[in-house]
Design a protein around this ligand. Structure first.
Ligand code: SF4
Ligand code: SF4
Length: 156
């Protein structure tokens, strides 16, 4: 199947040879496994700092592909969408999904074998059952006051 993230022409296992801060833009973008989990709405307890994940997705997330339906111009629609970068991952890692490649590498952990950079197949993240394919509810269907009824465990 076509990989919507450009992973062609990259050095083999580049993520094991360079720190996150040394990756070029293409390498950085290629790290995304396409799971869609960072595009879910979260509930954060202001007192404890605990983060609960919901299956209520951002209005631009495509439930089938698990990709942003308008990535290049997404900030026109979702100005609050965070642009993750090597210099801000320290402040965001705490809420990122456990299996997220950026978080794993930031923690010094290896990528899973189902990561498309290893499997060579963008479908492997879905076949492994760790993506949000077919599992989301669009945010325009659920009012923010009801999000707590949609809290889920991260599929890992
Ligand atoms: S959680 Fe990480 S790997 Fe998954 S879609 Fe978001 S950035 Fe990509
Ligand atoms: S705008 Fe796109 S990338 Fe940002 S959270 Fe929404 S679906 Fe994800």
């Amino acid at each position: 199947m076509t990989d919507h993230i450009d992973r062609k022409g990259l050095a083999p296992r580049f993520w094991e040879k360079k720190p996150l801060t040394k990756l070029n833009d293409k390498e950085w973008e290629a790290l995304c496994d396409g799971c869609g989990k960072c595009c879910l709405n979260k509930l954060e307890d202001e007192e404890t700092g605990e983060v609960a994940l919901t299956c209520v997705s951002c209005r631009l997330l495509d439930d089938e592909s698990c990709l942003c339906s308008n990535y290049e111009i997404r900030h026109q629609f979702v100005p609050e969408c965070i642009v993750l970068r090597p210099d801000n991952i320290d402040e965001h890692a705490y809420w990122m999904p456990e299996t997220c490649a950026y978080r794993l590498l930031w923690q010094g952990k290896p990528l899973y074998d189902w990561h498309p950079l290893i499997s060579g197949d963008p479908e492997s993240v879905h076949a492994a059952g760790v993506s949000m394919r077919g599992r989301t509810v669009p945010e325009f269907e659920v009012g923010e006051d009801d999000w707590e009824d949609y809290i889920i465990e991260e599929p890992t």
